[in-house]
Design a protein around this ligand. Structure first.
Ligand code: THU
Length: 128
């Protein structure tokens, strides 16, 4: 267990509780750690027009960026299934806009998780 990220992992699991996902019942929680030590959380939000669904990762980033944060260390992501899920491509691209070196912590269970560098998950990205 990497104790450095214990708190972030717990916050991601907690954030999942607020998931609004009546259509998929797939609950996602995310906790984003900034360089100055603050944590912003997010959950997925589904609406009946499915394609307008917001992923947990992007909700966490939107909350942080809109509060003036620009530098990020790590994001922990948790789902209500006991296995590792990788973030969707849209979220990878979105996160890479702000932090190519971000550590992405994928939580299977509280004690089973993977840590990846964002630039390994999305080695090439669209850039203007
Ligand atoms: N979802 C996320 O929150 N993050 C991802 O990276 C992939 C998918 C959500 C969107 C939707 O509410 C549910 O998971 C099933 O796709």
């Amino acid at each position: 267990m990497n104790l450095k990220y214990t708190n972030l992992i717990e916050k991601a699991i907690q954030a999942r509780e607020n998931s609004y996902s009546p259509f998929s019942n797939f609950k996602v929680g995310a906790a984003l750690l900034t360089k100055n030590g603050k944590v912003y959380t997010g959950c997925n939000i589904e609406i009946s027009s499915f394609s307008l669904t917001l992923c947990a990762e992007r909700v966490a980033f939107a909350k942080a960026i809109s509060e003036g944060e620009t530098q990020f260390i790590a994001i922990a992501i948790s789902t209500n299934k006991n296995k590792i899920f990788y973030p969707c491509g849209a979220c990878l691209q979105f996160m890479a806009e702000f932090s190519k070196e971000l550590k992405v912590i994928l939580i299977g269970t509280k004690t089973k998780y993977e840590i990846h560098n964002l630039n390994k998950l999305l080695p090439k990205q669209f850039n203007l």
